[in-house]
Design a protein around this ligand. Structure first.
Ligand code: AMP
Ligand code: GLY
Length: 428
């Protein structure tokens, strides 16, 4: 199949790797891709957020499936333009992508669908905001309504900090104040064809920049999959996944369908699992929806997938997902540790050389997913905040972690930093 993958991060690299791992002879093109992706497949430099340009490229080149990786092109409506040109697209149209693009829209859909989530209050003025903060109490959770490149959410005990964060985003529109939810975060992905959904395997992301969940929120500093503690509590992974499918993913997708905005693509359910014995009505609640594969979680979920990814993506894009068996996963443990540039997330230094990539990739079980890299005169350079993900698979989390950290030790990047505690909690 001729497949065009839009995007330039580690998520897209993981998608390309999974398509190549099928050994099905797919002709894959990535746009614009990055240095790691370009080492494996053809890349073209086109603007992935320009629907007309993408649709024309896909038409002219006989593309049979377009896979949209990041949220920006989805929220910009690229899927609508490409779909209108008659080409199958994995990725929701603009209206359905609002499930990620607008936190207020997501909350409304959850209300209509009866999906368990925290209380939220919308504020459009400072007075409303202060009233909402006092109503819900500390810790405060303040969210910008629209896309904010991972910077829109602040969780803090500090009322003044909550107010000034909200003041900034109120200039641009609505702000949401949410009930603070405690428990373990779980990322669970569902493929949807607009009507039916099929689940992937759960992962856990590490959002804070530093060890011990300290420091600012980031796009994600590492992840692991599967989640043994979840299987232990629910009896099996399938039991947990079925509960989320029945109470969250399917009602959400059916509500979007009923509203005339079918969701075709990947529904990312960002969940909080309340600690056992904690009082409350529902153990599993939604903290966010995204309209695309999560990064870095995708880097540990897709390597475990034993069903051909292209068949799933095409079935989602063209309908008929309900006729496919659920995807299957290997029992391997997978860990990804993200290497970030100095200053990430606030003010990442870029343009620095990355060394030791070949040595790192030669550690058994390790692959490197490039996030923001370029090649200049034969040298790899870091071009953004999250530079790469060191992915390791193993027979158990202890060996996967050892491999990932051994590989990281071989990589050089001045000022680069990473967390040392990814998946530590699941090593017995
Ligand atoms: P979001 O962009 O909505 O995923 O929020 C980013 C991160 O902030 C989440 O991964 C959580 O760690 C945290 N967060 C968001 N909403 C809440 C909430 N209601 N309660 C506690 N933590 C939250
Ligand atoms: N890892 C969080 C996200 O992809 O939004």
């Amino acid at each position: 199949m001729k497949i065009l993958v839009l995007g330039s991060g580690a998520r897209e690299h993981a998608i390309v790797e999974a398509l190549l791992a099928e050994h099905a002879g797919h002709e894959i093109t990535a746009a614009p891709g990055n240095a790691g992706i370009a080492a494996q497949v053809e890349t073209v430099s086109l603007d992935p957020s320009n629907g007309r340009i993408v649709a024309d490229y896909a038409t002219d080149n006989g593309i049979e499936l377009v896979v949209i990786g990041p949220e920006a092109p989805l929220v910009a409506g690229v899927a609508d333009v490409v779909r209108a040109a008659g080409i199958p697209v994995f990725g929701p149209g603009k209206s359905a992508a609002a499930i990620e693009g607008s936190k207020a829209f997501a909350k409304r859909i959850m209300d209509t669908a009866g999906v368990p989530t925290g209380r939220a209050i919308r504020a459009t003025t400072l007075d409303e905001l202060v009233a909402a903060l006092d109503d819900l109490g500390a810790p405060h959770v303040v969210k910008a309504d629209g896309l904010a490149a991972g910077k829109g959410v602040l969780v803090t005990e500090d009322r003044d900090a909550a107010i000034s964060h909200a003041e900034y985003y109120l200039q641009y529109g609505t702000v949401l104040v949410e009930e603070f939810l405690t428990g373990q975060e779980v990322s669970l992905f569902f493929l949807s064809d607009g009507r039916d959904v099929v689940p992937l395997s759960p992962a856990q992301d590490y959002k804070r920049a530093y060890d011990g969940d300290q420091g600012p929120n980031t796009g994600g500093m590492g992840a692991y999959s599967p989640l043994p503690w979840l299987s232990a509590r629910w009896g099996s992974e399938a039991a947990f996944v079925d509960e989320v499918l029945d109470t969250i993913a399917l009602p959400t997708v059916r509500t979007l369908e009923a509203e005339g905005t079918p969701f075709i693509g990947l529904l990312y359910c960002g969940l909080i699992v309340a600690d056992e014995g904690q009082p409350g009505d529902s153990a599993v609640r939604v903290i966010e929806f995204n309209a695309r594969f999560g990064d870095p979680e995708t880097q540990v979920v897709l390597p475990r997938l034993t069903t051909p990814l292209s068949e799933l993506l095409l079935a989602a894009a063209t309908g008929g997902l309900g006729r496919l068996p659920y995807p299957t996963f290997s029992d391997e443990s997978a860990v990804v540790v993200v290497l970030a540039s100095e200053g990430y997330p606030e003010n990442p230094a870029t343009g620095r050389e990355i060394t030791g990539l070949d040595e790192a990739a030669s550690v058994p079980g390790v692959t490197i997913a490039h996030a923001s890299t370029a090649v200049s005169e034969g040298r790899y350079l870091a071009t953004g905040g999250r530079v790469l993900g060191v992915v390791a698979r193993g027979d158990g989390f202890a060996s996967a972690r050892t491999a990932a950290y051994d590989a990281l030790a071989k990589i050089g990047l001045e000022g680069g930093h990473f967390r040392h505690d990814i998946a530590e909690r699941v090593v017995r």
